[in-house]
Design a protein around this ligand. Sequence first.
Ligand code: PAF
Length: 281
Amino acid sequence: MKIVKTIKEVKDFVKNCKKQDLSIGLVPTMGYLHEGHKSLIDRACKENDVVIVSDFVNPVQFAPNEDLATYPRDLKRDAALCQAAGVALLFNPEPNEMYFEDFHTYVTIQSLSDELCGKTRPAHFTGVCTVVCKLFNIVTPDKAYFGQKDAQQLAIIKRMVRDLNFDIEIIGCPIVRECDGLAKSSRNTYLNSDERKAALILSKAINLGMNLAKNGEKDANKIVEQMKSLIDTEPLAVIDYVKAVDANSIQIVSEMKPPVLIAMAVYIGKTRLIDNFIYEG
Ligand code: PAF
């Protein structure tokens, strides 16, 4: 496996792959890889001749008050995981390789970013779309892989690809959980042992919501209210949002008319965690 830092090296590698007619899968990440990322990488390795993983903590998707400086990083460990999984190229650029000092071009998606994380983190999805767009232009993959844990991000990227005519298939992969139910996330490392226990309230609320929906509750607000009441029983948890939206348009719904995405962001201490499920009917 090659580890490269420059866009030119990626483009040269891609050119060589295309000459040999090899299909390319891209897994965009911010590093500090865990089993969730590994599931994306494994699927990409199965479905493509060559897999490229980007490992880049994208400054543009963090607000000034967020955790850019403390976001966990471990390139050595990431490289070992990628190498073992069969990745061909790991792209680990510095911010100044991705963004010129006078960089002024951003990709913004309307409407789908109005709710959920987009409401609490107003510039976040512009940062995500901009960097993903750049990665798509640099790598020109056949397929790109994203986790369902970031359900709003996945819906937004699918829409961006359609709207901007990228010839790339977007593959969404299921949430990977710890044995006790907590969704895998690089940010779980911020939790101390009391917070780690408290964080289970997210997956408990997800299970509650899923069961209510499965048992025929059609009122989305009732499901959301019961999930919120359960989360409120955990003293270390502070709800940012729990909402039901149409899974494609990310607009609020009051009826469980599938596909409905029920998504949440909850602070456990200072750590903001997200989780979700999609009700398909
Ligand atoms: O999901 C992430 O890790 C990031 O938002 C992504 C897609 C790699 C863009 O920086």
